[in-house]
Ligand binder design. Structure first.
Ligand code: AMP
Length: 350
């Protein structure tokens, strides 16, 4: 991974009055450009095909000020971005398509790129969640499966290719050659995905050991085909449940559950400080609440998540912390301006 000192030295050469927000044209890019433009920051979209550009003809208010073409995410021209004082906002598509390529990219990334290494590696992520004191689903050895489990393949993202098994026999039958899978207990309850923003600079919000935490918004996902399976059951069509994320819907939690959501976020941030030097910026916990109102966590997304796209003008939670219009993407832009003013960009970028 590129040395933090190298990134800090790039940042020290940046003209803080001419910063750009850059990202790959996918995932949350409409929200990212829309939010940055509201804060009057220059925006750069990295497109890998003509198809992506069409999106911005359809949604002109969220179009980036400038488009850079690249043959693939791996061909992003670091020097060109650095010459434009660019800060990259990492999102799910960057994590998926650039993968380890992000580790050495010589452009400042908003947040801590080490956290994305923990996101990519399920076992590291598990360790992080456990050290943060979160309840997590049990993990099974293939020969010891004694209940319904989700089989997650390495690199599978957005639920694609997950399968449910109920016994070791069924597992070996379905996956005779599987390598590097995680077999997780299937959790039952209501899924909820809170979107947090952690700032080491702000003095407002839920206090943590070295900064403040905000809940920006919250969603629940629509996954095909499991989330419409009641229709299939009524129609008498048997299905094999699958979990491919298709879209998102807002969810608001019982107010009495919010202190737990804040505590979990705080523990995740404070553990990140110890494990890899911090988690500035947006992140999300993937949670399930059971009938006894107990939370379990099965994943951390260490960057902006697609569920935040529901709230480009703020949510029913961000309204309680900000004047209207504060999306997660806009909050990132506000943080960039604040850090630039305080000459502390190194605290929120790696
Ligand atoms: P993930 O790739 O971990 O975000 O998972 C994709 C989807 O699969 C989630 O949004 C859940 O609906 C489902 N899922 C993942 N892990 C579990 C689990 N341990 N128990 C129940 N559902 C799960």
């Amino acid at each position: 991974m590129i040395d933090k000192k190298k990134i800090d030295s790039i940042l020290s050469e940046y003209d803080s009055k001419k910063l750009s927000i850059a990202t790959l044209c996918s995932h949350t890019s409409l929200q990212i450009f829309y939010g940055a433009k509201k804060e009057k920051l220059h925006t750069i979209g990295i497109c890998t095909n003509e198809q992506q550009k069409k999106l911005y003809d359809a949604f002109p208010k969220a179009a980036p000020d400038e488009i850079i073409m690249a043959d693939s995410p791996a061909d992003i021209d670091a020097n060109e971005l650095v010459s434009k004082n660019a800060l990259i906002v990492p999102h799910g598509s960057i994590v998926e398509y650039l993968g380890k390529g992000l580790d050495d990219l010589a452009v400042p990334v908003l947040g801590n790129r080490k956290s994305l290494m923990f996101e990519r590696d399920r076992r590291k992520m598990y360790d992080w969640m456990k050290k943060a004191g979160l309840r997590v689903p049990a993990i099974f050895n293939p020969d010891k499966i004694d209940r319904a489990c989700v089989v997650k393949h390495a690199g599978a993202k957005g639920g694609r290719g997950y399968a449910i098994v109920h016994s070791s026999e069924e597992y070996h039958d379905k996956f005779p050659d599987a390598k590097d899978v995680m077999i997780q207990e299937y959790l039952t309850g209501v899924r909820v995905y809170p979107h947090y923003f952690y700032s080491p600079l702000s003095t407002k919000g839920f206090k943590t050991s070295s900064g403040h935490l905000e809940i920006m918004s919250m969603d629940r996902r629509f996954e095909s085909n499991v989330d419409e399976s009641y229709r299939t059951s009524i129609a008498g069509v048997p299905i094999k449940p699958s979990f491919t994320v298709v879209g998102n819907e807002p969810i608001v939690l019982r107010e009495s559950l919010l202190p737990d959501v804040l505590d979990m976020g705080k523990n995740v941030v404070e553990t990140a400080d110890k494990l890899f030097g911090g988690l500035p910026g947006p992140f999300c916990l993937e949670l399930i609440v059971d009938e006894d109102l107990q939370f379990s966590a099965f994943e951390i997304s260490a960057r902006i998540v697609a569920g935040t796209n529901l709230f480009p003008d703020g949510s029913f939670y961000s309204l309680y912390s900000h004047d209207g219009g504060m999306s997660t993407a806009r909050r990132i832009a506000v943080e960039v301006k604040d850090a630039a003013k305080k000459k502390k960009l190194d605290l929120i970028c790696y």
